[in-house]
Write a protein that binds this ligand. Sequence first.
Ligand SMILES: [Zn+2]
Length: 143
Amino acid sequence: MKRSHSFCVYEDLDITEFDRGTRNNKRDSMWIRGQLTKKVQSKLNWLGIPHMAVDPAYTSKMCPKCSNIDDKNRKGKFFVCTVCKHEDDADHNAAINIGQRALDDEVLKLVEKYRYNTNKRHSALKELFKKRHRSYISIKSVA
Ligand SMILES: [Zn+2]
């Protein structure tokens, strides 16, 4: 069997509410995505590809460059940061955020610490991203 250097990262839809769409669509979408996730996980296990689920909070509306979280960052299929003007396809932008979370020790520690409390976990994540955003702004204003 060919050796794989792949590492698959996806949103953990079991640990949090899904933040897109209306309530009913949300529930249906979560169930379907949960089933899809299980199938994908079992295939990845079978293929021996390492994989990891990350908290999906703010992945669709956060800027990966300056950590600005704003609903207005997302305009349909496009992502344009209201602060640093970083542009990307909205899905690609979310994928970048999802991928980065798997390698982010601070995020991983917070998610583990508040694993069973979604409100606290998301508050803590938002505070961390706000702190990073303030740091980005202060570095930008000095330069
Ligand atoms: Zn930005």
